[in-house]
Design a binder for this molecule. Structure first.
Ligand SMILES: Cc1cc2nc3c(=O)[nH]c(=O)nc-3n(C[C@H](O)[C@H](O)[C@H](O)COP(=O)(O)O)c2cc1C
Length: 318
């Protein structure tokens, strides 16, 4: 089964992606965290830096857009096509209240007629191929058949389904039965996303026999960056390589111009997930998360890596 790395705003930056590919591999494609253009199609310099081809040389990247209106999508998708991207992903999944209030992300599912009109424009005018990453509904996954009826009108490059409704945020159980029963109705390649946290998750979730194009890994791959490699038949994570990956990330953020505080903040986001690999490390993890300057941070990280509390079997859980 093919594997992709989910878009993770604040986590899977170009710096993270290139080092993840170099250290661990196993991922066919990385999806960039969303670009949110304004009505004129302008967007943040940091989002541009994130998807510039020269910053993504060694990986296959699919950029993603968060919009509620076809014009900015078509405009930015054209720019992305000019950079060489052949696929642009539309975010119909983000559950954040501020995003949903603007009818973006999963908020696009609030008005299915409006969604249909938006997709109609996008699919008739977008230059690169368009794929969709979707939730299965706003309140409940039972809304999904109605949503699929709309998607089915369009030639999606692929559909990535996060098997939750927006109401479940990142916590409710994934609706695998609902996902599987929708599969037969999908004329495009379908990728599954949601709660692949360990090498046994695909089997435990009942996905191994499903006619899927691939699996998209999110939090599980952040907690265990070797998860993609293990799922591809490679060795489990070793604490020394995790330390080397962590140190390389820190240096790369500093080299890219982040000051110590901003680089530490980036790394601390990762620790929210990676600490699951260090059960019973309360004292060491507290010191790490509380560190206020780079020297303290470095010595706390080093103490944690050398604490003997790393456990390759422990996975992220919620
Ligand atoms: C911190 C964070 C940032 C995310 N950023 C994005 C994003 O930019 N675009 C997107 O489509 N999904 C985003 N997601 C959702 C993930 O791509 C993925 O769909 C979700 O985490 C479920 O997969 P998982 O259970 O394997 O983590 C984000 C999730 C988290 C936790």
């Amino acid at each position: 089964m093919k594997l992709s790395f989910a878009p993770m705003e604040g986590i899977s930056s170009y710096i993270y992606r290139s080092l993840h590919a170099r250290f661990f591999g196993g991922v066919e494609e990385y999806f960039a965290p969303f670009i949110a253009p304004d009505g004129n199609g302008s967007f943040k310099a940091s989002s541009l830096r994130d998807i510039l081809p020269e910053n993504n040389r060694d990986i296959n990247l699919v950029p993603q857009l968060l919009v509620n209106w076809p014009e900015p999508f078509i405009h930015v998708a054209g720019e992305l096509a000019a950079m060489g991207y052949r696929e642009v992903n539309l975010n119909i999944g983000c559950p954040s209240a501020t995003v949903v209030a603007k009818h973006k992300g999963s908020g696009m599912l609030l008005d299915l007629a409006g969604l249909d009109a938006c997709l109609n424009e996008i699919f008739s005018r977008s230059v690169p191929a368009v794929s969709i990453k979707t939730r299965m509904g706003m309140e409940t996954t039972e809304e999904f058949p109605g949503i699929l009826e709309i998607y089915k009108k369009y030639p999606l490059k692929r559909l990535i389904i996060h098997a939750r409704a927006r109401s479940g945020m990142y916590k409710s159980s994934v609706d695998v039965p609902g996902f599987l029963s929708a599969l037969g109705d999908c004329p495009w390649p379908v990728w599954y996303n949601g709660d692949i946290f360990s090498p046994s998750s695909p089997e435990e979730l009942g996905l191994t026999e499903a006619p899927l194009a691939g699996l998209m890994l999110g939090r599980g791959a952040v907690a265990d960056p070797a998860l993609s490699r293990v799922l591809s038949g490679g060795p489990v994570l070793d604490v020394l390589e995790l330390e080397a990956f962590h140190d390389a990330l820190l240096e790369a953020y500093l080299e890219a111009g982040y000051d110590g505080r901003a680089a530490m903040a980036r790394l601390k986001e990762l620790w929210f997930y990676m600490l699951y690999k260090f059960p019973d490390s309360r004292r060491e993890s507290k010191a790490l998360l509380k560190s206020q300057n780079l020297p303290d941070y470095r010595s706390a990280a080093s103490a944690l890596f050398r604490s003997g509390k790393f456990s390759p079997e422990c996975s992220f859980s919620q």
